[in-house]
Design a protein around this ligand. Structure first.
Ligand code: ADP
Ligand code: GLC
Length: 508
């Protein structure tokens, strides 16, 4: 199968969250299954041509893409990856992408005001590049709202194009919160006629343009990144963020596939980013990593003091509002906390306050640091992820593999992947709570600390159970192939029906 995989973040080139990890690992897993994958992402200003060995392609065709009244040129770069069957392409546009941020301007901490133009351009530029390079994909796999106009353009502007008219689309929802909602006058910017903007149309949502709604409407098949989230988003506005009706209307085409993780990158035995390797049979290295971790955060603690780690985008999704009211109580008990994150100023304030008030108990780094993220996974005893909603979540999966028992809220992918501690059987791979309240959070942290302190043999067994869990991509990649097949079959049915209709009309 020939697959085009479109994402605005792909590790290691550009990353703000889990999408980057998925966009790096899933194509490789598909490549291993014998499929050909061409990944596309924007060529951001911070992607070093030298470090990544990028080279510019000279295409015979000069590609131009309409954006509002202008037409914009497209530059295409690539890199020779060592992964079988996978190639990465970078879409170059100096004005749109040669910037320091992906979505947000780091100077203002606000979204770039021209995001609709940037991402509409990206979708069309990818379609034009597919034609110019004769990639002939069976399916285009779009991810999140920034890529959601691709199925719309395909169905509106390329139906007569032999290179693309039979190409199917899969749209993966990694997060319902970010929909790409913009004022109606951007219809001109994205070059879709105003006649397509009316109440209930594919583009209109409460008098705004909604990129995600267009993706959900036009893509042949939809999926999200865990079975539980696939249900949640259809059945409540809290999870569906207003698009639950649209999702329900496509319920037959909406699937949930749990993300995998790349055990080549996240493996405590071979991880080059942690100082002391370890595995389930010998956890000595884990204890050394814990010592290094505390040292790096300027903390000290007697042995057997539990360490709780957090690595997170500091956003409302992550449930940090629950932590605020009980943070003092927690930090007054016998534990240490290490926090790595960046995001909304109010959470920066919360953790800065905690670090100033409890300097012996909590270490905080407000920033993005891949190496430190690995060390926290390796060195902490517990990993806290009390999300309000969580489409899948990768950090709890990394935690399981590194024997760092996750404390999670029972939602989305967290509920699908963490086996909560059962006090009767004394089994589980982590701890979980259901009610979105600070009391429930505090209760489960106390339960975890209790097992840590008083049931050391149960704790060790839970670690071993957690480390044995298998969330490799192989199984999920096969499920994606099944979805591609469904999308292709659906596209063929639609094309056959359209052809039949055309020939009926021409005979009349
Ligand atoms: P989300 O995509 O919603 O942020 P996930 O759990 O799926 O949540 O993925 C988060 C990814 O981003 C993980 O790979 C995690 O290690 C990484 N990450 C998040 N914040 C930071 C940070 N401040 N520094 C380094 N890595 C981070
Ligand atoms: C989103 C979600 C997260 C998921 C990631 C990758 O960022 O918030 O839950 O793991 O995408 O699919």
């Amino acid at each position: 199968m020939r697959i085009v995989f479109l994402s605005t973040e792909v590790a290691p080139y550009a990353k703000t969250g889990g999408l980057a990890d998925v966009a790096a690992a899933l194509p490789v897993a598909l490549g291993m299954l014998g499929h050909h994958v061409n990944i596309f992402l924007p060529k951001y200003g911070f992607i070093s041509e030298k470090t990544h060995g990028l080279r510019k392609l000279s295409t015979d065709v000069v590609m131009r893409v309409p954006v509002g009244y202008a037409t914009e040129g497209v530059g295409v770069w690539t890199t020779d990856t060592t992964d079988t069957n996978v190639r990465v392409y970078f879409i170059e546009h100096f004005w749109f992408f040669n910037r320091a941020g992906l979505y947000v301007d780091p100077r203002t901490t606000q979204d770039y005001s021209d995001n609709p133009a940037r991402f509409a351009y990206l979708c069309r530029a990818v379609l034009e590049t597919i034609r110019a390079l004769k990639l002939d994909p069976d399916v285009i796999h779009c991810n999140d709202y920034q890529t959601a106009l691709t199925p719309a353009y395909l169905n509106m502007a390329y139906t007569a194009d032999p290179a693309l008219s039979s190409t199917a689309t899969l749209y993966t929802i990694h997060n319902m919160q970010y929909q790409g909602r913009f004022p109606r006058d951007i219809m001109g910017v994205i070059n879709i006629g105003y006649e397509h903007f009316y109440p209930g149309s594919a583009f209109e949502y409460w008098e705004q343009v909604n990129f995600m709604k267009a993706g959900l409407t036009f893509a042949d098949v939809l999926n999200t990144v865990s079975p539980r989230y696939a249900q949640e988003i259809q059945h409540s506005s809290e999870y569906g963020h207003g698009l639950e009706g649209v999702l329900r209307s496509r319920s037959d085409d909406l699937y949930g596939i749990i993300n995998g993780i790349d055990y080549g990158v996240w493996n405590p035995r071979s991880d080059p980013l942690i100082p002391h390797p370890f595995d389930a049979d010998d956890l000595t290295g884990k204890a050394h990593n814990k010592a290094t971790l505390l040292y790096l955060f300027g903390l000290s603690a007697p042995p057997n003091t539990p360490v709780i780690g957090i690595v997170s985008r500091l956003a409302s999704q992550k449930g940090l509002d629950l932590l605020g009211p009980v943070l003092s109580t927690l930090l007054e008990s016998d534990l240490r906390m290490v926090v790595l994150g960046t995001g909304e100023p109010r959470y920066h304030d919360l953790f800065r306050w905690a670090a100033e008030t409890y300097p012996d108990k909590i270490g905080v780094k407000l920033g993005f640091d891949d190496r430190l993220a690995h060390l926290i996974e390796a060195g902490a005893d517990l990993f806290l992820m009390p999300s309000r909603f969580e489409p899948c979540g990768l950090n709890q999966l990394y935690s399981l593999r590194y024997g760092t028992l996750p404390i999670v809220r029972e939602t989305g992918g967290l509920a699908d992947t963490v086996l909560p501690y059962d006090p009767v059987q004394e089994t589980g791979t982590g701890f979980s709570f259901s009610d979105y309240t600070s009391e429930a959070l505090l209760g489960v942290v106390r339960q975890a600390l209790d097992v840590y302190r008083h049931r050391p043999e149960v704790w060790q067994e839970m670690i071993r159970q957690a480390m044995r869990e298998d969330f490799s991509w192989t199984a999920s990649a096969k499920r994606y192939v099944e979805l591609y097949e469904k999308a292709i079959a659906k596209k063929e049915r639609i094309s056959a029906a359209t052809d039949a209709k055309k020939s009926r009309t021409s005979r009349r």
